[in-house]
Write a protein that binds this ligand. Structure first.
Ligand SMILES: [Zn+2]
Length: 85
């Protein structure tokens, strides 16, 4: 699992000097890409668990506020991030 700083460095890959990069380059750039993808998938799995939360007596999306029965608002950013295809 990569830290926020490592992800920020990876996002600037090829822009910043590698000597200042906190990413582990042990497995080369392909290894870095795999680590970034694994971390992104872990974040995604956590967001899927938080897609609907209990707020008082209601179960709603924490971003757009709609219930699972209604789905998400058309412009819900969480729904956009969790979109499968
Ligand atoms: Zn939503």
């Amino acid at each position: 699992m990569l830290t926020k700083k490592m992800l920020e460095d990876a996002a600037r890959c090829k822009v910043m000097e590698c000597i200042r990069c906190t990413m582990k380059h042990d497995n080369g750039q392909d290894g870095c890409l795999a680590e970034v993808a694994q971390t992104a998938l872990a974040y995604r799995a956590m967001m899927e668990r938080l897609e609907y939360v209990t707020a008082g007596s209601l179960i709603t999306c924490p971003v757009c506020g709609l219930s699972p029965a209604l789905g998400h608002m058309k412009n819900c950013e969480l729904a956009a991030l969790l979109k499968e295809v």
